[in-house]
Design a protein around this ligand. Sequence first.
Ligand code: PMP
Length: 447
Amino acid sequence: EFTANPLPSQRTMSSSLDAYWMPFTANRQFKKAPRLLARAEGMHYWTDDGRQILDGVAGLWCVNAGHARPKIVQAIQAQAAQMDYAPPFQMAHPQAFELADRLAKLAPPGLNRVFFTNSGSESVETALKIAIAYQRARGEGTRTRLIGRERGYHGVNFGGISVGGIVANRKAFGTLLAGVDHIRHTHDPARNAFSVGQPEHGADLADDLERLVALHDASTIAAVIVEPVAGSTGVLIPPQGYLQRLRDICDRHGILLIFDEVITGFGRTGQPFAAQTFGVTPDLITTAKGITNGAVPMGAVLVKQAIHDTFMNGPEHLIELFHGYTYSAHPLACAAGLGTLDTYADEGLLTQAGELQGYFAEAVHSLRGCAHVIDIRNIGLVGGIELAPRPGEPGKRAFDVFLDCYERGVLIRTTGDTIALSPPLIIERGQIDQIVDTLRGAINRVA
Ligand code: PMP
């Protein structure tokens, strides 16, 4: 049993909690009763006071191979000792090429060019910029419009919140990008509540894109971006046929299709990418999170070769894309990425969600009938359990369930009144039971 490296007690900490402005956190409430994590290994965290917490969300949808995996730890340590940093502009290091090559081999056919970033948000900005620049490079410079979807989450930078469809993430920040429009989301509890896997109804919602083409004209539209499974707005699974229909409409009108796979990438749905699970190939894929198992910040955009090659036509000495980050292909991130892909491969983790999804689906759907549960959604190793909001207090009921689970040693996540589960792919059946049993108790206690 692990005894936590003692951090100062919460009481002594309280005078020093002020400086850290925590992201996406109710800071004042948190600082009255902080939740501090001090160690992680395998399926578990340990709190600063030594309590063991079963990780039901892979950190934040990212630690797909579980925590502190030896090959990843060793790769980072060795790289830090050998070369801490290398400039990525007009220079490179071998691991960057190796990682790109291995990612290209995992990707759906044709998406074999890789641009490195440091986060999901940066991957989104990069993909949007590549899409617009590509349209211009192929002589379609009027195609600058970007289409997102209601309830989409594409990170927090200006492009991402503009194409994103989460009102709270947009409303405080001004006018955002011009020339953005949205299709409707696919959440339709009236027809699809308690669907196991892909819901039956809603492929026709893709036709919203036809309406926007009619409204704006295809010649103004560069790209459409959607999450194959919307994660941060409550685990919305694409209806059967929906993604293919989007693909068809994009093809008909010369519009690029971007899948934001920051959550769904790296095995979450039973294949390396959700594009493969759903059998629909986009033109660009944004990734992050599971690319390094969460251990070092990194993201990547996977790009169809034909798009990449369009940039490669000018004079050879010219920079083809004026875009990049100081930390693109950072050596520590590349090392972590290689250690991560090794770990995924050694243990067959990128298809493990497919092996477990039947068991997982049955477990999460067993919560049907618990107090205030109005919908349950699942695919691969991701699940959403939606509660009816308490009148006048949206999100509060689910958050109380989160607090109750945390007290009882299980980490879940909530978004609005939906409880999200996305455990590390190394989870065992008994641990799925532990999460669901703890949730069942918590939902009933909170009710
Ligand atoms: N896109 C999607 C689909 C995401 O789920 C997230 C993060 N949850 C992001 C983008 C942003 O990633 P990051 O927080 O690494 O910037």
